[in-house]
Design a protein around this ligand. Sequence first.
Ligand code: NOJ
Length: 752
Amino acid sequence: MLVGVCLTVVAGAALASVSSPARAASCPWLNTSKSPAERAREVVRAMTLDDKIAMVHQPDPIWTHYGVAGYIPPNPRLCIPDLMLNDAGQGVGDQEINTTAYPSAIAQASSWDRSLQRAFGRALGFEAWHKGVNVQLAPDINIARFPMNGRNSEAFGEDPYFMGQTAVAEIQGIQENPVIATVKHYALNNHEVNRMTVSSDVDERTLREIYTPAFEASVRHGHAGSVMCSYNRIHSIYACENRAMLTGILKKRLRFDGFVMSDWGGTHSTIKAAKAGLDMEMGVAPGRYFGSALKSAVQSGAVPVSRLNDMVLRILRPMFRLGIFEHPHAPEPQAYSANVETPDHIALARKVSEEGTVLLKNRGGVLPIQGTGKRIAVIGDAGGPHGTALSYNTGGSAHIPEAGTKADVVNPFQGIQQRGTADTDVVTYTDGSSMADAAAAATAADVAVVFANDAESEGNDRPDLHLSNAQNCTLVGCSKLPQNQDQLIETVAQANPNTVVVLDTGGPMLMPWLAKVKGVLQAWFPGQEDGNAIAALLFGDVNPSGKLPQTFPKSMADLPVKTKSQYPGVNDKNGIPHAVYSEKLRVGYRWYDAMRIRPLFPFGFGLSYTTFAIRHLSLKPAGHNATGATVRFDVANTGHRAGAEVPQVYVGFPASTGEPPKQLKAYARVFLAPGKSRSVALSLNRRSFAHWSLAAHGWRVSPGCYRVMVGNSSRAIARQAVIAVGAHCANARTHIPAGRARVSHQQGEDRR
Ligand code: NOJ
């Protein structure tokens, strides 16, 4: 653990070790020389039925504890510390104060930078612990099945492999602290309308290829201590009492050894949920199902005591593994007032926003803004000189402290004005409420920068939030900017040819004005360093390097999800809405590729102030008899500025497998000085060539000719070559065996 490293950051809040000789004698499991599993078993042997029941539900209303979402009390007799559960993935939120407001998850993902994501996770876990929280309810890894999902900004986009990579980095970072990471929401929680009742109906192959791989990576490679099951149903059965999903897939096939908690109020039964594999009830009606009702069910034998023991073992194991017994969270109420917003964390929030902002358009090199003495008009929702109305945040449980409660938020106007002063620029501000004022400000300026945003929140998909816009929306909702912001952009663009748009939105928007503006930056919800980060990018102090983790469509008609049966679902005879995932594997770029639809901006896309080339692709078998390959190529910075490129490796499967044209299987982030080039080697493993076989109910590799493609977006493939996998292919660059699955169905997933 890196706890020691973090400790130096916040003075006076050192992690207290709780072992003493007397405690060690009465609680032998405090002996750290034993394994977490052994220690957990020892505790369970010493527990009464009541001790066990107390660990699997929240006993009292959460508001008796400061600012947290959920609570499991301590057991002093058994030396068990309490668990404080809190949100979420953009910072330590709910009612917490004095925490850092980081950029949203979709912005984090856009950096394609695993080590930055790990650093973010480490900082998030650190802040959590010092705020008295030891179960952080993050990351959210629900796939962006369609862009109007109200929680789009809380997760990492549309690709299962990419989602898993980003999640693993964050989980590892969080769990470097004595804090359990929680991956959520398991599973198929892909939109908000009817989220408490909808049944997500998906076929087995799509489930295993698109919707479970990120959970698999999170528990197998990230070793997440807990998983939160979701509100929705899956094939009519609530996710939190769905035995096939919880026990069948998660615990058996994916070998998850931590605990499953329900989303808040997501438990619907006692016996059914317990037997299905739910380990902890969380929610607004404390202990409704897993309190006295579960105790009676165990006493009557309706729920075997072995199942209750298993629930408790699963909760205790990560507590031991992550050092929670040795380092119970910082004590309340001091923790509540503690300030964990360190200078390092503020700098990290800025770096994540700088790396996670995507430059979508830069015609004629309108950016970066260069030279001195320029007139810059900042227009729209940029905060203004004193303003707080800025959009750096989402609503709902992922919400982080508002501008009003934080003194140190830097809004875009402030950031640009401060940076512009260094160049003796004149920076003006117009809030955009008057088109005439906006046009006048733009006319008088050398460059006009328009900030547009969208308020998004858990509990709503985008059409709900903008009822004023509803008449313009199609069946699948609205992805237009609300409150006449499209018109504002048009007006400004007409008044000034050098117009740059900055989008502070949680997901893709339609851009009817795109041809009329010179520059577009997608900044998502950028967190408290918003202004500093966007100024650094606009002025070129930082070279943009973000890439989209999600396709931006040209029109709503192009979306893979566009019938009522797909979203929000059609009611069955019992009134249960069913959302049918009939687009199957064709999610995100897989759909646009398969249907040959050109997106507005493709998955993986993002510009830079320099240029790059990808050259000299070579493939090598991974080793004797292994189904895998090393993909080697050169990345060169062919422009005049230092910058980072993200080469992406896609694999195209043989048509016989029924896979979409290409799938992301590896990527790297490469920083290069101008004129420099680097050789990059990325590994493909057995899983990179595997699809889910319905016949085997497992991952299988079909012999055939596979295409390995390297590019800097899903639509910009620079080099490609064929690899023969257990087959002869006329034009193959190399041959590898198809191999055989190495573990059986019963033993769990195929090893990679
Ligand atoms: C409901 C949300 O769906 C979940 O993401 C959150 O962690 C819990 N509430 C607790 O606030």
